[in-house]
Design a protein around this ligand. Structure first.
Ligand code: NAG
Length: 119
């Protein structure tokens, strides 16, 4: 068995400089074994209206809209991210964790959440 093929995939959080103080992503790098699930955390300030967007960004690429969650509707997910990606807005916990099922090599990217639509 070539373990290097099974382990590991890095998922990074955006870690600053977007000038956004209303959102916190406490973990910066997550290492995941291919095929396993993982959860990325996003905490938000309760004073903000709870519309949260998750984006995926590849190296030197534009952010890609993944999904939006809010307290007033089921939200929406981009077609590409309907299958293995999901997020649940937790208003009392002030979080909108992103879960990824069956992590693949192509998931290796920077993921970040924003309280508004940046695209
Ligand atoms: C929401 O977050 C709170 C605080 O972290 C937690 O105790 C609670 O279980 C969460 N609720 C759901 C539905 O995940």
């Amino acid at each position: 068995v070539l373990w290097s093929h099974l382990c590991c995939i890095y998922l990074s959080f955006f870690s600053g400089c977007r000038g956004e103080e209303n959102v916190r992503q406490p973990t910066e790098d997550v290492m995941v074994v291919e095929g396993h699930p993982t959860t990325l955390t996003c905490l938000f300030d309760t004073s903000q209206s709870p519309y949260l967007f998750w984006y995926k960004q590849l190296a030197n690429g534009k952010p890609i809209f993944m999904l939006r969650r809010d307290a007033f509707s089921p939200g929406e997910s981009s077609t590409e991210f309907k299958d293995r990606f999901d997020a649940h807005l937790n208003v009392s916990g002030k979080s909108v964790p992103l879960t990824i099922q069956r992590v693949q090599l192509s998931d290796s990217a920077v993921y970040y959440c924003e309280p508004y639509n940046i695209l």
